[in-house]
Each structure stands twice: as structure tokens, then as C-alpha cells.
Design a protein around this ligand. Structure first.
Ligand code: URA
Length: 254
């Protein structure tokens, strides 16, 4: 790119000018594209974004059960501390670190995955392995960063061999998620994969059936999409995932 054009775009970025496109990676196009951020004008995530789909399931956040568990007295740090210091199911004694969740306590967008993997178990942070790196790119493509969002999981301890958490493990751990959501009060929730969708929306059905609708958790809109690990396995899902993410992103701006 000519120096003058590059200078102009840099200046636009600094000034927030109309040609600014802050996405540092394109998704789903060159999502595979490795290497440093490229600085050139390209359409923003809004271009050709799908419309907001019809409403789907509505669930109400639980009342009572959190009182029983003593969670209603805890703030976000208190919830994290409780997760790190207690055992609520058979996954807990096997963990290296519990992974309560991480990010902005005032996030407008909360992302929910299934459960920690090996790297997350080692570090105590959510989505820091390969799936997490893809998630960072997805966020970046809709002009969001980790510091803007809160990322957590249905279960806070790693299931052996990364298997799907069992129903009783989900049932034991999910009160923490409900309390986190009650404290953060996000504007939008993005569910990453079928386990998160089934757990939060309290319904057993395929991810395909959850996708393409705007569900509600109380009054909070909820969008379900593919888990980033599934996108790594099946790149054909990147385009539909990109549409889902842009639906969630639009809801954030409403
Ligand atoms: N997969 C998840 O569902 N959560 C993580 O934190 C990492 C991988």
C-alpha cells in the first residue's frame, strides 16, 4: 500500500474517521489468515449482516436456588473465590485450576462456552487455547476485545479428556453461571455450542434448532452459535457462525 494511503488510514484510525475499519482480521474470510493485522480498508461487519431473527425460547433466571446455595450474597469476585475454593461435583477434585470466567464485570456481552480444556485448566482462564485464539479473532472481527466482554463456561472445572459435561455436573455448577449473569446484567448473551445452549435455555435439542432465533434469558436476548472448537474442526460452519455473531453484535447496538 502506498505510504500516503497508509498514513491516511492510520490517521483515520486515530481520529475515528469514516473510513475506519477496526476489524483486525476478517472473519469468516481470511479467518485462517495468520500473521499480523493488516491495515487496509474493508467493509465493516455490518455489511450484508443478516436481519434480526424471530424470537425463540424464553427462560426465566432461577430464584430461590441461589439463595439456598448462599450465592446471592456474593459479588463477582466472591463467586470466583467460591468456585476456586469449593468442590461442587466430581469434576472439582480432578482440576488443576477452576476457571470461573474472566473479563469485564460490566460487560454488555457475555459469552458462554462448555467447560475448560487443558490450557484453561492449566491457567485458570477461559478460552486461552486454540479455540480461544479463534474466539479472539471472531470478537475482533466485530470490533470487540476481551476487555469489552465477559467469558465463562457452563462448568468451571475441566471434564476428563474434554468430554461433554454430564447432566449432574451441569446441574451442580450452573448456579454459579446464573449468579454471574445476575451480577453482570449483560445486554446480550452469546452461547458457544450446544452444551451452553441446552444448559442456559434449559431444553434438550440440537444446536441447529437453537440457531437462527433470538431467545431470551429473562429480558436478555440470547443468540446461539457454533463452538469455536467446532469451527476449527469444520470450517464450513464459519460463515453461518459469522452470521450468528453479527446478529448478536447488532442486538448489542440496539
Ligand atoms: N472450550 C470451552 O468451552 N471453554 C473454554 O474455556 C475453552 C474451550
Amino acid at each position: 500500500m502506498a505510504d500516503a494511503r497508509l498514513r491516511y488510514l492510520r490517521q483515520q484510525i486515530e481520529l475515528g474517521g469514516p473510513e475506519v475499519v477496526t476489524s483486525r482480521t476478517s472473519f469468516p474470510g481470511p479467518l485462517e489468515g495468520k500473521g499480523p493485522a493488516k491495515l487496509h480498508a474493508r467493509p465493516s461487519w455490518q455489511k450484508d449482516a443478516p436481519g434480526i431473527p424471530a424470537d425463540g425460547i424464553t427462560v426465566q433466571p432461577p430464584v430461590g436456588v441461589l439463595d439456598t446455595a448462599g450465592l446471592n450474597e456474593l459479588n463477582l469476585d466472591g463467586v470466583a473465590e467460591r468456585i476456586r475454593t469449593t468442590f461442587c461435583c466430581d469434576l472439582c477434585p480432578k482440576r488443576t485450576n477452576a476457571v470461573p470466567g474472566d473479563g469485564n464485570p460490566k460487560a454488555r456481552l457475555v459469552l458462554i462456552g462448555e467447560g475448560p480444556g487443558a490450557t484453561e485448566d492449566e491457567t485458570g482462564k477461559p478460552f486461552v487455547g486454540a479455540a480461544g485464539q479463534l474466539l479472539d479473532k471472531i470478537l475482533s472481527a466485530v470490533d470487540l476485545e476481551r476487555k469489552d466482554v465477559f467469558i465463562t463456561n457452563v462448568v468451571k472445572c475441566r471434564p476428563p479428556q474434554n468430554r461433554k459435561p454430564l447432566p449432574d455436573e451441569v446441574a451442580s455448577c450452573i448456579p454459579y453461571l446464573h449468579r454471574q449473569l445476575a451480577l453482570i446484567k449483560p445486554k446480550v448473551i452469546l452461547l458457544l455450542g450446544g452444551t451452553a445452549a441446552e444448559a442456559l435455555l434449559d431444553k434438550k435439542q440440537s444446536l441447529g434448532q437453537f440457531r437462527g432465533k433470538v431467545h431470551h434469558y429473562g429480558s436478555i436476548p440470547v443468540v446461539a452459535t457454533y463452538h469455536p472448537a467446532a469451527l476449527l474442526r469444520n470450517p464450513n460452519w464459519k460463515k453461518p457462525a459469522w452470521d450468528d455473531v453479527r446478529i448478536a453484535r447488532q442486538l448489542l447496538d440496539q
